[in-house]
Design a protein around this ligand. Structure first.
Ligand code: F6R
Length: 256
């Protein structure tokens, strides 16, 4: 299902509402979370909602999608740092219920296996939030990642390193490898919400729309899932067929 909004602000607001609704209906939910620029306004909104309407978060568990190998939690570009800056420092989720892959693990293979097992042992993800890379990656599952993959080490593509270089002072500092939840882990989430905003995502969203289920385009795996919502702003949706546009326009009251 597509939901298309006029602005990034509205699309982010809607996505934050979906997260909030999931937390309110199940305070013990397992949430799969994402990082990146797209998610910043979502977490900002979610914090606003939770300030207005406090919810007990002591039972909530979170699993992040990915982490760079070689960056510790104090590194400003690590995803652990990002999550604490944008969300966790301002919420009362118990630290032991916050899960991110460990990019500094001495035994990454074991850490990967343990991560997928922890997701399963917790009862699985109730909701997975996703962004999308300009090459169609979800998490850091780059093109041609096997759809049956579990948490694993991935060699980042040149495109991804180029895209993410904007966060680093020197582009050469962008790590070459990361740990990512696998596509199978993502597909096992009960509900998936993918958010894409801005012109930079228009081409990949059109490719995804027209694509068959194909490992060359990792996000196409989502076509096999029964409960996926793709949330877009007008720019990211601008290359979709007009008919999709007409059927998917979201109406946001009081947001502007
Ligand atoms: C981040 C992640 C990635 C990003 C994607 C888009 O945890 O899993 O798939 O969602 O690279 O990043 P932005 O939002 O920065 O364009």
């Amino acid at each position: 299902m597509y939901k298309i909004f006029n602005t990034t602000q509205e699309a982010s607001h809607y996505t934050a509402q979906r997260l909030l609704a999931r937390i309110q209906s199940n305070p013990g939910a397992n949430l799969g979370l994402a990082t990146g620029s797209t998610m910043e306004p979502v977490y900002h909104r979610l914090l606003e909602f939770l300030q207005r309407e406090p919810v007990d978060l002591s039972q909530l568990t979170t699993f992040n999608l990915d982490e760079y190998i070689g960056l510790g939690g104090k590194h400003a570009q690590s995803y652990r740092y990002y999550m604490h800056q944008h969300l966790f420092n301002k919420l009362s989720i118990p630290e032991e219920k916050i899960n991110l892959p460990d990019g500094m693990s001495m035994d990454v293979e074991e850490a990967c296996q343990a991560y997928s097992e922890a997701i399963r042992a917790s009862g699985g993800l109730d909701m997975q939030l996703l962004g999308i890379g300009s090459n169609g990656h979800i998490g850091f599952n780059e093109p041609h990642t096997c759809f049956s993959s579990r948490t694993h080490v991935i060699e980042l593509s040149e495109q991804t390193r180029l895209d993410n270089g904007r966060f680093f002072v020197d582009k050469k500092e962008v790590p070459t490898r990361a740990i990512t939840m696998g596509i199978q882990d993502i597909l096992e989430a009960k509900e998936i919400v993918l958010l894409a905003t801005g012109m930079k995502k228009a081409a990949i969203m059109a490719d995804l729309f027209h694509s068959t289920v194909d490992e060359a385009l990792p996000a196409s795996a989502l076509k096999q899932h029964p409960d996926v919502t793709i949330v877009l702003d007008c720019e990211a949706a601008s290359l979709l067929p007009q008919q999709v546009f007409n059927e998917a326009v979201g109406i946001m009251e009081g947001v502007r």
